[in-house]
Write a protein that binds this ligand. Structure first.
Ligand code: CA
Length: 239
């Protein structure tokens, strides 16, 4: 496993969750450092230079959002928020400060592990190239702006649909907020979230096997959209 030496910094004050996370990550080949306050978390991030941070928001000294802000001043290290806060405003705030992912408590350990691994892997290999995007049955050539099914049939995407897909691809597997997507596709000063939904729906009908249960163009409720390109590593055999 390539992540054998990866160090995860857990910033969490709840002892029971600390233990669960420590066991989970150690059992899966990560090294683990635990900080129980925001201040310790920031110090440990500088001291240990972790490969990824898992940050709780409800910390005893300061809000975990401050950890994200403070680390982002000097490091692009991936940060996953693990929080009981379910409000959209909280999730948005975390993403706006630079979190890479947001997982709600109570969490599923396998899902957390999978998302940590995916995030580290994505970070290590950098952004997705602007080349060819494989979304299950459909291959999209972002440079040429063409799309094709495995059987050779062409999939016709409109220029705006291509732009939306390009924008999502440029962000790798990270969530792109509605506002950012609209800004990057339509330009500033637009408030076009309704058309965005329409275009996303149309893209799904063209690219997804089951548009109502998308596997590639995922909705992050209240936040935005995310292109799931990790699927092909993990679930190929069943395809
Ligand atoms: Ca807490």
């Amino acid at each position: 496993m390539t992540e054998a030496m990866h160090l995860v910094l857990i910033v969490e004050d709840d002892a029971a969750i600390q233990n669960i996370l420590r066991m989970l990550f150690e059992a899966n080949g990560f090294r683990v450092v635990v900080a129980d306050t925001a201040a310790r978390g920031e110090q440990d991030a500088r001291l240990h230079r972790p490969d990824i941070l898992v940050v709780d928001l409800g910390l005893p000294d300061r809000d975990g959002l401050n950890v994200i802000t403070s680390v982002r001043l000097w490091s692009p290290v991936p940060i996953i928020v693990l929080s009981a806060r379910t409000a959209e405003t909280q999730r948005l705030a975390a993403f706006e400060r630079g979190a890479d992912d947001y997982i709600m408590k109570p969490f599923s350990a396998p899902e957390l592990l999978a998302r940590v691994r995916a995030t580290v892997r994505r970070h290590v290999r950098g952004e997705l190239p602007m080349g060819v995007l494989a979304l299950g049955d459909v291959t999209v050539d972002l440079g040429r702006r063409t799309a094709q099914r495995r059987d050779g049939r062409e999939v016709r995407l409109t220029p705006l649909e291509h732009r939306i897909l390009e924008t999502l691809a440029r962000h790798g597997d990270r969530i792109v907020t509605h506002a950012a997507l609209i800004r990057e596709v339509w330009g500033p000063h637009r408030d076009d979230s309704r058309s965005l939904r329409v275009y996303i729906g149309s893209l799904r009908r063209k690219l997804e096997a089951e548009p109502s249960r998308p596997r590639y163009i995922l909705t992050e409720p209240g936040v935005g959209y995310r292109l799931n390109t990790e699927l092909d590593d993990a679930s190929k055999p069943g395809d």
